[in-house]
Design a protein around this ligand. Structure first.
Ligand SMILES: Nc1ncnc2c1ncn2[C@@H]1O[C@H](COP(=O)(O)OP(=O)(O)OP(=O)(O)O)[C@@H](O)[C@H]1O
Length: 670
């Protein structure tokens, strides 16, 4: 049996396993009824806690965004997107309204036509063709105009929908790119991409459907209502009394369904996140033969989202069923009251002829009943639309939630130091820091360090000691919880961040990430306005020109997603070229050679030695051999500098550094 199991296709096994994992516990329906309520209460509590912790640390409470389960749908934000399309939208609405009015006219015209046919059949006199021509042509004309109006409003409406969706996508993408690094620590990429794609798609579909179908149903309802009033004002009054109760009950169930929808959409985004992570790291997944586990994880999340969406579907179905029952029963209840209706009594008094009275009332009743049925059918289709409104609004709310986010570290604004007077001196003064996603864990504690202009400072120390965090603070990926980082004596929080990152600091890390475009574009990423000659010059400085020109397509070689078609050393040298092209005053090398083999390291090190000349350099190093020539070496432990000096000074001290060197040599000999 084990063997048979081993040969089962992955999908079947994963699906089976995930089914067992997600098999419904008893009372699952209850969970979904109580769940949202409990979540709302608990989310409020937790949000509060997260907020308090973040406040204590003076950091962005990023979790608040991630944990807030029900963002509100903000009409004013929608208005901002719709405003530029207002003229087109109004035209679409007018055309749709015209089409709906004609829709009401068509049965009446059809009635005229049928009357002519019936009269001719009954009396068999007159010129049939002559008599039928008028109503028939009118009806044909009506069909034609109705068709034109319908095409017109669909064209306009789809234009509005597409443009609103495109604007939303662009604005949301811009808003996401603006966010702090801490925001990306707290939110999975797949979930963010889901908001850009699935949520906006859902919102767009709902938007278009609600306007086209909603307008038709509402117009028909209003048209029928007027007809009802003409037939019997009293019965219509009774209807008006009953309707608000139905609408109130509907709104109540609606808010519950919206919450359910929101949870279901969150779950879909979570499943996308799992797939995104697995596909994005497919080499690691394959290297560990983890395809099956990833599939199980994905199947588990998909099953959960399927279950939640089924529950939502059941909720919507129950709601629509109930509203249909209510809408269909209402006319009958009204007619139950008809015997009591004074209109009937008046008819009885006025007309002694009982059969005449019955005929009059019956025709009125039939008219009223068919009219009210037509109206309730329209109302029923509005209630069906309601499901779409629920989904559309919660998708919209999810999009708007991220649009409203303001980064705590603004990308632009602040001062710039003129290039000729910039020395590149950096001071960390009493910096304490904890990551916003882990506010209780202090990574740096009253950390102080100076990077003198044009000198090389290396930080070494145990793993997790906070070395990379120092580099992140210099790049201003995060702001210190307390203390200050200064550039040429100015707090970097007062400087223009865009200038700082694009012109002052060059950053090269252990695993350089390239984009799936050409070598030329990847290097130019460091300075978009750079000429081809500048790109080639930067590549020469980084020892990259030789291998690039060795490729058949030279600088036009496409490097594949994240640079998969290049070796580690080649990627690193392109990353160095990318950093050098902006001619930065400060270079940060975060373990830039630690992922390379000895030969690649030698070539890259050569490039780095050339690149670091005349600049302020911060090297975060694992391999101590690469930093021996640094002007200052600092040993970090638990977020503090415990030892500092040159290689020779530190060796002679016989402290932490010499201990590290000894350990590394011992590891190398093993
Ligand atoms: N984005 C993050 N969110 C939360 N905690 C983080 C984050 N990045 C790092 N940390 C934590 O901060 C501490 C310091 O990490 P850091 O990467 O600065 O150490 P390091 O000295 O560079 O380690 P290594 O030499 O292994 O790269 C670690 O405990 C780590 O778990």
């Amino acid at each position: 049996p084990t063997q048979i199991k081993a040969h089962q296709p992955l999908t079947q096994r994963a699906v089976r396993q995930s089914t067992t994992r997600t098999s419904k516990p008893p009372g699952v329906a209850l969970k979904f009824i109580l769940g949202p309520a409990v979540l709302t209460v608990s989310a409020r509590l937790f949000c509060h806690v997260a907020h308090c912790e973040a406040d204590v640390n003076n950091n962005t409470p990023v979790e608040v965004v991630a944990k807030n389960p029900v963002p509100d749908f903000k009409w004013h934000v929608l208005w901002e997107f719709v405003k530029p399309q207002l003229f087109t939208l109004v035209c679409a609405v007018v055309l749709a309204f015209g089409a709906a009015i004609l829709n009401i006219q068509i049965p009446l015209m059809l009635g005229d036509l049928v009357n002519v046919v019936a009269r001719y059949l009954r009396e068999n006199t007159g010129n049939y063709v002559h008599e039928i021509r008028g109503p028939a042509l009118k009806l044909l004309g009506l069909y034609g105009i109705q068709g034109l109006l319908t095409s017109g409003y669909i064209v306009l409406l789809s234009r509005v929908g597409e443009r609103v969706a495109a604007d939303m996508r662009k604005t949301l993408f811009a808003s996401l790119l603006r966010q702090d690094v801490a925001f990306f620590d707290a939110n999975k990429t797949g979930q963010l991409v889901n908001r850009l794609t699935a949520d906006i798609q859902e919102f767009k579909s709902s938007f278009k459907l609600v306007i086209s179908q909603g307008l038709r149903s509402i117009t028909q309802t209003v048209g029928c209502f007027v007809s009802l009033y003409v037939i019997s004002p009293k019965l219509t009054g009774l209807t008006v009394l009953v309707l608000p109760c139905l609408v109130g009950a509907g709104a109540l169930i609606g808010s519950f369904l919206r919450r359910l929808s929101r949870l279901a959409q969150e779950q879909v985004a979570k499943a996308t996140g799992v797939a995104d992570e697995a596909l994005g790291n497919v080499r690691t997944v394959k290297a560990f033969a983890m395809e099956e586990r990833e599939l199980q994880l994905y199947a588990y999340e998909v099953d959960k989202s399927c279950e939640m969406n089924e529950n939502l579907g059941t909720g919507i179905a129950i709601f629509q069923g109930l509203s249909n029952i209510a809408l269909n029963c209402e006319p009958n209840v009204l007619f139950g009251c008809l015997s009591d209706c004074s209109e009937v009594k008046t008819h009885n008094l006025l007309h002694d002829d009982f059969s005449f009275t019955v005929k009059c009332i019956l025709s009125k009743v039939v008219n009223y009943k068919s009219c009210i049925h037509f109206m309730f059918r329209s109302l029923a289709s509005i209630s069906i639309l309601f499901g779409q409104v629920v989904r559309g609004m919660s998708s919209g709310a999810r999009v708007f939630e991220y649009l409203a986010l303001q980064p705590t570290i603004p990308l632009s604004g602040g001062g710039r130091i003129p290039y000729h007077s910039l020395t590149g001196r950096v001071d960390f003064m009493n910096v304490s820091f904890s990551y916003p996603t882990r506010p209780g864990h202090q990574v740096l504690q009253r950390f102080s360090l100076t990077l003198p202009p044009s000198k090389t400072v290396a930080i070494v120390g145990e793993s997790g000691g906070g070395k990379s965090t120092v580099a992140s603070l210099l790049e201003r990926f995060y702001d210190p919880t307390s203390g200050v980082v200064m550039l040429d004596g100015l707090d970097i929080r007062t400087l223009d961040l865009c200038w700082l990152r694009s012109q002052v600091i060059g950053f090269i890390n252990q695993e350089p990430v390239l984009f799936g475009s050409s070598v030329m574009e990847n290097i130019r990423f460091g300075k978009p306005e750079a000429t081809d000659a500048e790109v080639i010059n930067a590549a020469k400085q980084a020892n990259a020109h030789g291998f690039i020109t060795g490729f058949p397509d030279g600088y036009n070689t496409v490097v594949g997603e994240r640079g998969v078609t290049l070796s580690g050393g080649q990627k690193q040298r392109i990353a160095i070229s990318r950093a050098l092209i902006k001619n930065p005053s400060i270079l940060v090398l975060d373990e830039a050679t630690s992922a390379l083999d000895a030969e690649s390291e030698r070539v890259v090190q050569e490039a780095l030695d050339r690149a670091t000349r005349g600049r302020t350099v911060l090297i975060i190093a694992h391999r101590l051999s690469t930093i021996q020539r640094a002007d200052l070496i600092c040993v970090m432990s638990n977020g503090r500098i415990v030892e500092a000096g040159t290689h020779v000074e530190l060796l002679s001290k016989g402290g932490y550094y010499s201990d590290l060197i000894r350990r590394q040599r011992a590891e190398g000999q093993k």
